[in-house]
Design a protein around this ligand. Structure first.
Ligand code: FUB
Ligand code: ZN
Length: 615
């Protein structure tokens, strides 16, 4: 177990009760406050949302329309002539970018962006076959071959189309793409399902998307189909190439029997999200028991300090426990986003902050490194050490990561709050104003903070009439000391599953201040991680730090003391504003920057794990 992860003391509570299957009833006690009800106003995140809108969206649209043939594939498929260009699952990037455009429209209405979405949606609809099938690769290379190879991502693309459709419908109320998604889902259900053909989607994604389709339509058949697909795994139905083990596809055993992580990292994350989503409605305790074991295996034996997962490029996934090479670490950006999506769901089931600790680690480090500070270049692979040759690119032949970041960033507001019978959960500290529904009552919560640079957060309650509720403030796993005050008076609050619980009658204008100590700290890996033996990393608050050659000309000679102390300095003109850390090592000085910000200046060496002095 990595030492930086708090010891697991509490198993996931057996909160899943009986099956329900109704649209409005879920076995997850916590409902997230949607990003559409959260307005971000934050020194750290607002500039990122701005560059997403001004730069990232434009980069994605240009790549999809002009630099690559992704949109042309839809145009050709609509005409039924012309070539397919690119990879067989390139449609998915277009859908993911559209999902990001939809979320951006929610945050910043923009008629020209909406017109672009409608233009793309018209092209998707025109490319759909009469029977509902939509996939430009097979339409242009031979429809007679469709549904013949489980590895060919037809359901993966359908899943991303469905997610985009639900997003666009929720934001604009327009249902053209939703109807396309429904037709495709209905088509798939004419071919596959109980009494029809067996099928194991070679890349998960459709499962969680079908649950979204169920939520928006109320049609239980989509939830049932998602569940059926999940349960197809591990029964020998998969038709895989010989050189790949079934575990690569999470098809080596039935999902309820899974206890250890294996195979492709993004596939695994999407599957776990799908299992949690189905369990939320069916109450299937078997899924949650499996997810509980899998979580421990991922987090305690297979996760990097950056929250990145997937050690190897060979399978874009997992290898053996405690083997965590730094230079060759794969840590795909999509997998870190997957960790956010999965841990978010686990927290909603349990109300345990340990999941948000992991979510936050993956978010601020593994995922955020995936995009340049300007918002125009992307990492696919996120190593923890570089000799100077690893750089973000404008796009990739396989562009899953840029399009992933495109849809992820504008929905960041999703992860801040949750609401349950036992109160309001404050999970992340980000400046924002949120409209929160507590039963029939509407309250507002406003956060002001300089997090992640500073641990002080002010939270102001707004309400028409006083209300009784618990406010549950997450005490991050990295936080060793904090104070809490309500309306200027210091208060004590019991800790429950990692949350400080403030139970009282709240009145308009009540102000809670939490002040978390945020010293820079030395982190040691679990001794079983041989690659990190004799090395230490540095973390401050949720941010993992690294050294870059550009700040440290004597990079190769740098060593870190076991008991090093650091000076933290806010540098507004460096890397768009970062708190840097410096420490003296003998007669040398070492300067560290947040890992997410590396490779935004001149090329050079970088490392997260720094050799110990005297080793
Ligand atoms: O196969 C689709 C996506 O492309 C995967 O999720 C990524 O790992 C990349 O292989
Ligand atoms: Zn990716």
């Amino acid at each position: 177990m990595k030492r930086f992860v708090p010891l697991l003391t509490v198993a996931i509570a057996a909160i899943l009760l009986t099956a329900c299957g109704s649209k409005n009833s879920t076995h997850k006690p916590i409902t997230p406050v949607k990003f559409s009800d959260v307005t971000i106003n934050d020194g750290f995140w607002s500039p990122r949302l701005q560059s997403h809108k001004d730069v990232t969206l434009k980069v994605c649209i240009d790549q999809i329309e002009n630099q690559t043939g992704r949109i042309r594939n839809f145009e050709n498929a609509a005409k039924g002539e012309g070539e397919h260009s690119g990879i067989y699952f390139d449609d998915s990037d277009v859908y993911k970018a559209l999902e990001g455009m939809a979320y951006s429209l929610q945050n910043n209405p923009d008629p020209s962006l909406e017109a672009k979405c409608d233009e793309w949606i018209d092209k998707f609809a025109a490319a759909q076959q009469k029977d509902g099938y939509l996939n430009t690769y097979y339409t242009l290379t031979g429809l007679e071959n469709r549904w013949s190879d489980m590895g060919m991502h037809e359901m993966y693309c359908a899943g991303h189309m469905t997610e985009a459709a639900v997003a666009y419908y929720n934001v604009t109320g327009k249902r053209k793409l939703l109807d396309v998604a429904i037709k495709m889902a209905d088509h798939m259900m004419t071919v596959f399902g109980p009494g029809k053909r067996d099928w194991v989607p070679g890349h998960e994604e459709i499962e969680l998307a079908l649950v979204k389709l169920y939520e928006v339509t109320g049609e239980k058949k989509y939830l049932d189909f998602a569940e059926w697909l999940i349960n197809e795994r591990g029964h020998g139905f998969g038709t895989w190439v010989k050189w790949r083990h079934e575990a690569y596809y999470q098809d080596d055993k039935p999902v309820r029997e899974m206890t250890s992580i294996a195979g492709h990292a993004v596939r695994a994350m999407y599957l776990y999200c799908g299992m949690a989503d189905v369990a939320a409605y069916t109450g299937d305790q078997g899924y949650m028991t499996a997810l509980d074991s899998l979580w421990e295996d991922v987090v305690f034996r297979n996760m990097y300090v950056t929250g990145g997962i997937g050690q190897s490029s060979k399978n874009e996934g997992f290898t053996t426990d405690y083997s965590l090479p730094n230079m060759s670490a794969y840590c795909e950006t999509c997998a870190s986003v997957g960790m956010v999506l999965w841990n978010w769901r686990m927290n909603q089931f349990t109300g345990d902050s340990k999941y948000v600790d992991v979510l936050e680690r993956s978010l601020y480090n593994g995922a955020l490194a995936g995009i340049s500070l300007a918002g125009d270049r992307f990492f696919y692979v996120n190593p923890l050490e570089s000799l100077g040759g690893h750089h973000r690119q404008a796009w990739y032949g396989c562009a899953c990561c840029p399009s992933q970041i495109c849809r992820f960033l504008p929905s960041i507001g999703n992860y801040i709050y949750g609401v349950a019978k036992d109160g309001i959960y404050v999970n992340l500290y980000i400046g924002n104003s949120a409209a929160v529904k507590l039963g029939s009552r509407k309250v507002t919560l406003t956060q002001e903070t300089d997090y992640p640079w500073d641990g002080a957060v002010a939270l102001t309650v707004g309400c028409k009439r006083p209300f009784k509720s618990a406010l549950r403030l997450r005490i991050p796993g990295w936080c060793k000391g904090y104070t809490l005050a309500v309306n200027g008076e210091t208060v004590e609050a019991p800790l429950e599953k990692g949350y400080a619980v403030l139970q009282r009658k709240w009145r308009d204008g009540d102000k809670i201040v939490i002040d978390m100590d945020m010293p820079a700290e030395i982190v040691a890996a679990d001794p079983r991680v041989k690659e990190d033996e004799g090395y230490r990393a540095v973390q401050r608050g949720p941010l993992v730090y690294c050294i870059e050659e550009v700040d440290n000309p004597d990079f190769a000679e740098l060593r870190i003391e076991e008991d090093a102390t650091f000076d933290a300095e806010w540098e507004p003109d460096l890397l768009r504003g970062v708190t840097t850390l410096t420490t003296a090592v003998g007669d040398r000085e070492m300067k560290l920057i947040p890992y997410y910000a590396w490779d935004n200046r001149e090329a050079g060496r970088m490392r997260v794990w720094i050799p110990l002095a005297g080793e």
